[in-house]
Design a protein around this ligand. Structure first.
Ligand code: 5AD
Ligand code: FES
Length: 361
C-alpha cells in the first residue's frame, strides 16, 4: 500500500488510495493540506473570488430528506424576493466589486418562474453593463429552460450531485420518482452541453455515507470534468427526517476535517478548477471557510440576501450570518481573507481556468 506522500507525489489517485488520503490524520493530514496549498499557489494563485449569494426564494417543489426548506417542512415561512430586491442585491454586489453573483432558490419548475429568471438576467446584465458574472443555482430544469437562461446571460450553473453513488442518492431522497439520480445526472449533462461552466458537489458526512463513497465522488468530479465544485459538511436540520445524528454518525468535527481533506485532494487532482469554501463549514467552525481557503479553496460566496429574509433560508441548523445585512459582510470578509494570506479578486469574474483551458483545446 503506498503512503500518503507516495500517492500525492506520484498522483496515484485511484479509489483505494483516495480512501487512504481521506483517512490521513496528524502529520500525514497536515502534509496533505500543505501540498494542496502549494498546488493552489502554483496553479490558480492566491486570489479568492467573491460570488455574492442571493437566496431568491425558499419555495421548493422537492423534498430532499436532509434539507431544511424541503416541501413538507411546514414550519418554514416561505418567501420570494421581489424583482426590485433582487436587482438591489445585484447592484450591491456590483458596487462592492464582487465580480459575480449567484442566484439560488428552492426548486421551482414552471413557465412563470423560467420567464422571471430570464427577465432578471437581462436586467442585471444591462444594469452592470455586462460586467457582473452570473451563476445560477436553481435546481433541475428542462434543457430548454437551461438554454433560455444561458441565452439571457447566465454563464455558470451549480447543481450538486449530492452523492455520485446512485444507491446512496436514493437513501438521501424520497422514492417518489421525482428525486432520481438519473434525472440529476441528465441535468448536469445538459448544462455541460449547453456551454455553462458547470459546478457540482456533495455533502460530507451524510447518513449512510462511507469513505469509499467520497472517494467515488472525487473520481466522479474528475471523470465528469467539472469546472467548479462546492462541498460542505452535512449538518442536521431539526425539522427534517435526518434531524438527529444516527447511531453511527460522524461527529461534526470529523465531518469538518473530512471536508477540508476533500477540498485538498480535489485541488491536487484537478489543480485549475474553482473550489468553494462553503458556508456550512462556518456553521461548525467560526474560521471554517478560512481554513478551507488555506487547504485549496479559492471561491467564497458572501450572502447578500436582504437580512430580513435570511432566517428563512435555513438549509441546516446553526447557519452563520443570518442576523447580518450585506453591508456588514464586506468589512468582515476583508479581515477574514487577510487571515489566509490571500488577496481578494475584486472586480474580476474569476472564471474557472479549467473551463478556459478546455475551450482552447
Ligand atoms: N446540511 C448541509 N448541506 C445541506 N444542503 C441542503 N441541506 C443541507 C444540510 N442539512 C446543501 C445541498 C444543496 C445545497 C444548496 O445545500 O448540498 O445542494
Ligand atoms: Fe429543495 Fe431538495 S428540498 S431542492
Amino acid at each position: 500500500m503506498p503512503t500518503v506522500s507516495e500517492i500525492i507525489g506520484q498522483e496515484l489517485f485511484n479509489r483505494e488510495n483516495l480512501v487512504t488520503l481521506l483517512r490521513a490524520e496528524g502529520a500525514e493530514g497536515m502534509f496533505l493540506l500543505q501540498k494542496a496549498a502549494e498546488m493552489k499557489l502554483q496553479t490558480v494563485g492566491n486570489k479568492v473570488y467573491f460570488r455574492g449569494l442571493i437566496e431568491l426564494s425558499n419555495v421548493c417543489e422537492k423534498d430532499c430528506l436532509y434539507c431544511g426548506i424541503r416541501k413538507s417542512n411546514d414550519k418554514v415561512l416561505r418567501y420570494n424576493l421581489n424583482d426590485l430586491e433582487v436587482l438591489k442585491a445585484a447592484q450591491f454586489a456590483f458596487r462592492e466589486r464582487y465580480g459575480s453573483i449567484v442566484i439560488q432558490s428552492g426548486e421551482v419548475t414552471n413557465d412563470h418562474f423560467a420567464e422571471r429568471i430570464e427577465r432578471l438576467l437581462v436586467h442585471i446584465r444591462n444594469m452592470s453593463d455586462n460586467k457582473l458574472g452570473i451563476t445560477l443555482s436553481l435546481g433541475e430544469q428542462s434543457e430548454e429552460v437551461y438554454n433560455r437562461w444561458y441565452d439571457a446571460g447566465a454563464h455558470r450553473y451549480l447543481l450538486r450531485i449530492e452523492s455520485s453513488n446512485p444507491e446512496l442518492y436514493r437513501k438521501l431522497h424520497p422514492e417518489d420518482g421525482k428525486h432520481t439520480f438519473q434525472k440529476r445526472l441528465t441535468a448536469l449533462n445538459h448544462l455541460k452541453k449547453i456551454g455553462y461552466q458547470t459546478g457540482t458537489g456533495v455533502m460530507i458526512g451524510t447518513p449512510f455515507q462511507a469513505l469509499d463513497d467520497l472517494a467515488g465522488d472525487l473520481l466522479f468530479f474528475r471523470d465528469f470534468d467539472i469546472d467548479m465544485v462546492g462541498m460542505g459538511p452535512f449538518i442536521e436540520h431539526n425539522d427534517t427526517p435526518f434531524n438527529t445524528p444516527a447511531g453511527d454518525a460522524l461527529p461534526l468535527s470529523v465531518r469538518f476535517y473530512l471536508t477540508l481533506k476533500m477540498v485538498a485532494i480535489l485541488r491536487l487532482m484537478m489543480p485549475d478548477i474553482n473550489i468553494a469554501a462553503t458556508t456550512a463549514l462556518q456553521a461548525i467552525d467560526p474560521l471554517g471557510r478560512e481554513k478551507a481557503v488555506k487547504a485549496g479553496a479559492n471561491i467564497i460566496m458572501p450572502n447578500i440576501t436582504p437580512g430580513s429574509y435570511r432566517n428563512n433560508y435555513l438549509l441546516y441548523n446553526n447557519k452563520p450570518c443570518t442576523d447580518e445585512e450585506p453591508e456588514q459582510c464586506t468589512g468582515c470578509l476583508d479581515a477574514r481573507i487577510a487571515l489566509t494570506d490571500s488577496e481578494i479578486g475584486y472586480g474580476e469574474w474569476g472564471d474557472s481556468r479549467h473551463f478556459a483551458r478546455k475551450k482552447k483545446n
